[in-house]
Design a protein around this ligand. Structure first.
Ligand code: G1P
Ligand code: ZN
Length: 542
């Protein structure tokens, strides 16, 4: 029976394209998640009888939320829910399932790389039929509905058994519990040269994949170990845990430090990789060589034709503005366009849909292609394995050869986390007001060539997005970018991105922070970061 439950308008703020992310306790409040889900359904049209894809990264409260969404989807009139076994679907796998089965859309339960567990974060987002995050028009509509919601509809049927594959029913709706890995693994098999990768592993290539006790464990085990023959034990922390073992499931130099240290040690395997809570981020490390995400994008773009799914070549590259210019050099050589978009994956969707770009990426450990409409951690790892297997070179050799061919974009990101929000906003506003005065000035021996506040006009729909980061370009091609994080939860995070392009063959393998030292000093003094925030040093250096 379907119940109509009277409720009061939802206090949630506007969901971003990464959905709604809050502490578990917030989601556990009576009617909270129901109000959000009903607001999503109320903002959609013509979904009766259609398919909804459902799954999450396995964090605390995942199963409870899945049961609620299933019962509400049944009450709303969906024809079928495809839910990953155990309530599991990585974000890229959900995107793949939505696209493969022509689903109306999907609901993904995840707070990405944020910590999980009873006192951690939870999240929910809606993806559209193209497989990507809901665009702003949809999230705006959801928000509008949430302000006036007065009731929601939910079936009072018993919970669905999420651990048995196959079909059951809730009201008139079919619930199809599917293998979370199958469709995704099939898609990967169609894109990459699995035979070549199998030969690589059987020839003794060693790897460690750290799933960080998050969702990619089952995917990595099935694909790397069972299908491609990587040695058992290649995948570590492969069991998704509700609290991710108490760690931040974020593959970066802070939270995946053990992996980095291993790869820099004498016992290093040939390659190391890690993925985040919901499987969309990736980190690639060769023995003795960390690959920056910006370089990874460029190297993938330059070598993508070696993978069967991309053998016809790429139509274009897209990178977020703060991502280094390494990909631009590759695009130039290939004779394709490199699109520069604001930060955030949603800006790639139109470019991929229109066929303007094939591969895309961000400096924040996100890489992907037109195979889905989310970034995809394991995809990037398989692409690297494919490249290594076909070129018969180590990760470090591939990186070195890339720099020798294209030059190297030395690159670092300095984050000042949890600074006073007012101080951070003032810092940006004051620097913005000074941008016009900067060109021509000489700071510490470097001449400012131009400075602007990044704005983006979408080449497909013409929409304009402004105030996406302050950029200061120097005459020698170096660049400093300032922007405030849009994803932080406490105070403000100031991100400063610093980059210098070097072609001198004798200067391609230097220490990044040393090579950028003069720019780093300018980056700090120009807006007086210490004076305004009290921070002499960033909290995280990537
Ligand atoms: C950060 C990253 C950005 C990424 C986003 C979601 O956003 O910088 O590239 O798309 O997380 O994963 P930020 O906190 O900088 O706004
Ligand atoms: Zn993520």
């Amino acid at each position: 029976m379907i119940r109509v439950v009277a409720t009061s308008p939802f206090d949630g703020q506007k969901p971003g394209t990464s959905g709604l992310r809050k502490k578990v306790q917030v989601f556990q409040q009576p009617h909270y998640i129901e109000n959000f889900v009903q607001s999503v359904f109320d903002s959609l049209d013509d979904y009766q009888g259609e398919t909804l894809v459902l799954g999450g990264d396995g964090r605390y409260y995942n199963r409870e939320a899945i049961q609620i969404v299933i019962k509400m989807a049944a009450a709303a009139g969906f024809g079928r829910v495809m839910v990953g076994k155990g309530g599991i679907l990585s974000t890229p796998a959900a995107s793949a399932v939505i696209r493969k089965h022509g689903a109306f859309g999907g609901i993904i339960l995840s707070a990405s790389h944020n910590p999980g567990g009873e006192h951690g974060d939870f999240g929910i987002k809606y993806n559209i039929g193209a497989g990507g995050p809901a665009p702003e028009s949809v999230t705006d509509a959801i928000f509008e509905k949430s302000k006036t919601i007065a009731e929601y509809r939910i079936s009072d049927a018993p919970d669905v058994d999420l651990d048995t594959l196959g079909i059951t029913r809730v009201e008139d709706m079919v619930v199809d519990v599917v293998d979370p890995v199958e469709d995704y693994a099939e898609l990967m098999g169609s894109l990459f040269d699995f035979d070549a990768i199998r030969d690589l592993f059987s020839g003794g290539f060693t790897m460690r994949f750290d799933a960080m006790s998050a969702v990619t464990g089952p995917y990595a085990r099935a694909i790397l170990e069972e299908t491609l023959g990587a040695a058992p034990g290649t995948v570590v922390h492969g069991e998704p845990l509700p609290d991710f073992g108490g760690h931040h499931p974020d593959p970066n130099l802070v939270h995946a430090r053990d992996l980095y240290d291993l790869l820099m040690s004498d016992d290093a395997p040939d390659m190391g990789a890690a993925s985040d809570g919901d499987g969309d981020r990736n980190m690639i490390i060769g023995r003795g060589r960390f690959v920056t995400p910006s370089d990874s994008l460029a190297i993938i773009a330059a070598n993508a034709h070696l993978a069967p799914g991309y053998k016809a070549g790429i139509t274009g590259i897209a990178r977020s503005m703060p991502t280094s210019g390494a990909a631009d050099r590759v695009a130039e050589k290939l004779g394709v366009t490199c699109y520069e978009t604001p930060t955030g994956w949603k800006f790639f969707g139109n470019l991929l849909d229109a066929g303007l770009a094939t591969v895309c990426g961000e400096e924040s450990f996100g890489t992907g292609s037109n195979h889905v409409r989310e970034k995809d951690g394991l995809w990037a790892v398989l692409m690297w394995l494919n490249i290594v297997a076909v070129r018969e070179r180590s990760v470090a050799e591939i990186v070195a050869e890339h720099w020798a061919t294209y030059g190297r974009n030395y690159y670092t990101r300095h984050d000042y986390e949890e600074v006073d929000a007012g101080a951070a906003e003032d810092l940006v506003a004051d620097l913005r007001a000074r941008l016009e005065t900067l060109p021509g000035t000489v700071i510490n021996g470097l001449t400012v060539e131009r400075a602007d506040d990044f704005a983006y006009t979408d080449p497909v729909d013409g929409s304009v997005t402004t105030k996406q980061g302050l950029r200061v370009f120097f005459a020698d091609g170096s660049r400093i970018v300032y922007r405030l994080s849009g994803t932080g939860t406490a105070g403000a995070t100031l991100r400063v991105y610093i980059e210098r392009f070097v072609t001198d063959p004798a200067r391609l393998d230097l220490d990044t922070q040393d090579t950028l030292a003069d720019l780093i000093a300018i980056a700090r003094s120009l807006p007086d970061i210490e004076g305004r925030t009290g921070r002499a040093e960033p909290s995280v250096i990537t």
